[in-house]
Write a protein that binds this ligand. Structure first.
Ligand SMILES: NC(=O)c1ccc[n+]([C@@H]2O[C@H](COP(=O)([O-])OP(=O)(O)OC[C@H]3O[C@@H](n4cnc5c(N)ncnc54)[C@H](OP(=O)(O)O)[C@@H]3O)[C@@H](O)[C@H]2O)c1
Length: 249
């Protein structure tokens, strides 16, 4: 039986991906910064471990406790919406630390066992915002576009060891905690710069026009990750959700 280790399972896509793989009979290592034992149904196939992708000690402790990992899903991430001028360097560093360097660190940590076994899959969750430039998303998009580039290059060197690498690009999913986390960070930093109020109004107006059916559901992301993990003929980039699929076509 294969084992999948997923980062960022306390909510949103990560929680959905963990439930999906459990329902398919896989062994699931659901990792979270603060472990909550009651988020997923109890199962012999489920291990819940603490993991902060920005901490090397935490990464190594989690991988030691996980046992052999067949599939790694780098899902943990933080969002941010603001103008370049409204983004502190501390926030820019936090985004890259989690979204970009966290993914690289997890990949480095799991590769030796996959390379030795000559088998493994790494799925990196980025975003459909990397498919079309949008205002107020420069730093967030940069942190995810870097993961796309990292993954595409790594895919080539890992072919030699039968390790497959895939990118899942979800569209906008307002029902996860993503937006709330970004909003509370924004409020702490004093909001949007006054000079950008018309740009901000334009972004919110375009979101209001987006119909419910054109959004991404957590289930779309779980299915795309499943395809990435189980279908060797799947493409390197897999859009997830109606809006992401429209952008990718
Ligand atoms: N929702 C969207 O519109 C959307 C669209 C495209 C892509 N994405 C991407 O999809 C992924 C999942 O997002 P989501 O929408 O499911 O948001 P979410 O509900 O906020 O989930 C994000 C998860 O990442 C975890 N996390 C944050 N920093 C971490 C760290 N340092 N170490 C380990 N875990 C950490 C959070 O854990 P805590 O509970 O500890 O904070 C949470 O479990 C992210 O990579 C995001 O960039 C989201």
């Amino acid at each position: 039986m294969k084992t999948v280790l997923i980062t960022g399972c306390s909510s949103g896509f990560g929680l959905e991906i963990a439930s999906f793989f459990l329902a398919q009979g896989w062994k699931v290592v659901a990792t979270m910064r603060t472990p909550h034992q009651d988020l997923l149904p109890p199962s012999q196939n489920l291990k819940i471990l603490a993991l902060d992708v920005t901490s090397p000690e935490s990464i190594h402790a989690a991988l030691d406790a996980a046992g052999p990992v067949g599939v790694l899903v780098n899902n943990a991430g933080i969002g941010w919406l603001n103008a370049v001028e409204g983004t502190s360097m501390e926030t820019a560093r936090d985004l890259f630390e989690t979204n970009t360097l966290g993914t690289i660190a997890m990949t480095q940590a799991v590769l030796p066992q996959m390379r030795e076994r000559q088998e493994g899959v790494i799925v990196n969750v980025t975003s459909s915002v990397t498919l079309k430039p949008l205002p107020l998303l420069s730093v967030y998009t940069a942190s995810k576009a870097a993961v796309n580039a990292f993954t595409e290059s790594a895919a080539l060197e890992l072919e030699a060891f039968n390790v497959r690498v895939r990118i899942v690009l979800p569209g906008r999913a307002p029902q996860t905690r993503f937006g709330d986390t970004a909003r509370s960070r924004l409020q702490k930093q004093g909001g949007f710069p006054e000079a950008y109020s018309s740009v901000v109004a334009g972004v919110f107006a375009s979101w209001e026009k987006q119909s419910e059916s054109a959004l991404t559901q957590p289930g779309d992301v779980a299915e795309a990750v499943w395809r990435a993990a189980t279908d060797p003929s799947s493409p390197l980039r897999i859009p997830a959700g109606a809006d992401a699929e429209a952008l990718a076509s």
